[in-house]
Design a protein around this ligand. Structure first.
Ligand SMILES: Nc1ncnc2c1ncn2[C@@H]1O[C@H](COP(=O)(O)OP(=O)(O)O)[C@@H](O)[C@H]1O
Ligand SMILES: [Mg+2]
Length: 256
């Protein structure tokens, strides 16, 4: 099973757009995917147009807010064929408090321990991360093996990247299996010189990790309002082709 964290220390760079559309592209290729929303804004469920009473909070703690025991099968939301979702949202604030109260030596690996699926049940775990650094982010980077870092090709593009590398280095000390595997340029605007210049810089700097850019595409920004992925909303759009290409590249790769 591949475990990929879509992460970057900056908001608005396309993390959720990437996590959701990559997850759907892989599911459409027949892979079984669990998408984990790790953001308090609950955007992944909105992007997929689903609601579910339980999510990551109940999954990790094993209980709902009223203290009733809930099983993992109740907690996971079947969002599409081959695509399941663990919702995030405001309850993640409680989850962070709960994690903070656990014994120090266990605190950072509770998510990794909770997320052990039955052998062969899943092909991909994809984490849609929040921009900040806290006990939950650390747990995600303990549970993941690969990092996909979206970088918006708009100034100040590299803001956040340096901060994020600091986080990554700290996480790698605790989880040596963690690798920065993909740098994904997003919001690529062919009309601006700035976009091309930043892309060139990233290509030079991340020769192994750099992916083909995702173009700025209005359809990508419209689809979430309808609760649809780009493949459902506008399969002919450039954004669909871009995310299909990314999914293909990732799926063609071996496990790290
Ligand atoms: N390639 C793109 N073209 C146009 N709009 C995009 C693109 N990628 C993301 N967006 C829009 O930009 C905003 C931020 O994207 P989002 O995925 O929510 O970022 P993050 O999760 O990093 O905060 C959203 O409104 C989204 O619809
Ligand atoms: Mg997001």
């Amino acid at each position: 099973m591949r475990k990929i964290a879509v992460a970057m220390a900056k908001g608005g760079v396309g993390k959720t757009t990437t996590a959701v559309n990559l997850a759907d592209a892989l599911a459409r290729m027949g892979r079984r995917v669990l998408l984990v929303d790790c953001d308090t804004q609950a955007q992944a469920a909105k992007f997929l147009g689903v609601r579910h009473p339980y999510g990551l909070y109940e999954f990790v703690t094993g209980y709902d807010e009223r203290g009733r025991r809930v099983s993992k099968s109740e907690v996971v939301c079947a969002a599409r064929d081959n695509l399941w979702l663990l919702t995030g949202g405001i309850k993640l604030v409680e989850l962070k408090n709960w994690l903070g109260e656990q014994p120090r030596e266990q605190r950072q690996t509770l998510l990794a321990k909770a997320l052990v699926p039955k052998d062969g049940a899943l092909d991909y775990l994809i984490f849609d991360c929040a921009p900040g650094w806290d006990v939950l982010s650390v747990n995600i980077l303990m549970a993941a093996e690969e990092v996909l870092c979206p970088v918006a090709l708009q100034a100040p593009a590299l803001e956040g990247l340096k901060t994020f590398f600091g986080y990554l280095l700290s996480a790698q000390k605790l989880n040596p299996a963690l690798q920065l595997r993909y740098v994904l340029p997003t919001l690529y605007d062919l009309r601006t010189r700035q976009s091309a210049a930043i892309l060139k810089y990233l290509q030079r700097f991340f020769q192994r990790q750099i992916c083909d850019p995702v173009h700025y595409n209005v359809r990508l920004s419209e689809a979430p309002a309808y609760g649809r992925t780009i493949f459902e909303y506008s399969a002919q759009a450039r954004g669909a082709a871009d995310y299909q290409l990314l999914a293909q590249r990732i799926d063609d790769h071996d496990e790290p």
